[in-house]
Write a protein that binds this ligand. Structure first.
Ligand SMILES: Nc1ncnc2c1ncn2[C@@H]1O[C@H](COP(=O)(O)OP(=O)(O)OP(=O)(O)O)[C@@H](O)[C@H]1O
Ligand SMILES: O=P(O)(O)OC[C@H]1O[C@H](OP(=O)(O)OP(=O)(O)O)[C@H](O)[C@@H]1O
Length: 214
């Protein structure tokens, strides 16, 4: 019985593939531009890789189509799906933050006007953050280029991922609060994990301790 691993497209793909290569599981073909493969078996045929959008990784794992997945903590918080969180893999650092225009008068979330608009791809996280502080805001869901929302005047603030801070800087925005830090997490299908599906715990242990060249 093979084990299926859901790999995230985008920012975490290279790091995920490097981890797996370090323990002899090679899904490097997913990085090649000469193919459009979404499913691969490794050489041993013991492992199958699925290439999915980052936010879909916990969906495949929760439904048991993949027993293992790698995904950002930010997405786990946002999607709230039933998966076993096995380990912090330590790469893919970023943080979810609140940002505003640099020339605005806001220097903390308490300064934002009541019922102001806040744009985000992370509406669940943003909603709970503002609700916990009893700050009423109107959330505007977006799918990307969230930094544009304050520049066009659509929103007073954004809740978005920051890594190097380059996107904020280049667009004249400043970070006023950090909501949480995020790194890549190793996740597993809860039932397979609890019942100890053949080879699963061994694989998870190897992925956690894999020595990856810097
Ligand atoms: N600089 C960064 N910007 C965004 N995400 C980052 C960054 N560094 C690490 N990450 C991690 O990578 C994930 C983003 O992956 P991806 O690049 O596929 O994002 P996306 O463009 O939002 O995805 P999608 O195209 O599916 O909407 C995040 O969930 C986060 O955990
Ligand atoms: O702090 P930085 O290193 O500049 O990285 C942060 C940026 O990267 C992400 O966007 P992404 O490239 O995923 O594009 P998107 O706007 O389509 O989400 C994120 O949403 C920020 O815009």
């Amino acid at each position: 019985m093979s084990i299926t691993i859901a790999l995230p497209k985008g920012a975490l793909l290279k790091g995920t593939i490097a981890r797996l290569q370090a323990i002899g599981i090679d899904f490097g073909e997913f990085l090649e531009t000469s193919n459009r493969l979404l499913r691969l078996k490794d050489r041993s045929e013991r492992y199958e890789g699925l290439l999915v959008r980052a936010q879909d990784v916990p969906v495949y794992v929760a439904y048991g189509q993949a027993q293992v997945g790698v995904v950002g903590f930010d997405i786990l918080k946002e999607k709230q799906l039933p998966v076993a969180q096995v380990a912090d893999l330590g790469f893919g650092y970023c943080r979810l933050s609140v940002a505003v225009k640099g020339d605005s008068p806001y220097r903390g979330v308490q300064d934002l006007p009541a019922h102001c608009r806040v744009a985000s791809k992370f509406t669940t996280c943003a909603r709970s953050y503002f609700e916990e502080r009893e700050l009423p805001v109107e959330l505007i869901p977006l799918y990307g280029s969230v930094e544009l929302a304050p520049l066009t005047g659509m929103a007073e603030a954004i809740v978005d991922l920051v890594s190097t801070g380059r996107t904020l800087k280049d667009n004249g925005l400043i970070e006023i609060e950090k909501i949480f830090d995020s790194t890549a997490r190793l996740i597993a299908h809860p039932l397979s994990y609890r019942l100890g599906r053949v080879g699963l715990h061994e694989l998870l242990g190897q992925i956690q301790t894999a020595a990856v060249p810097a």
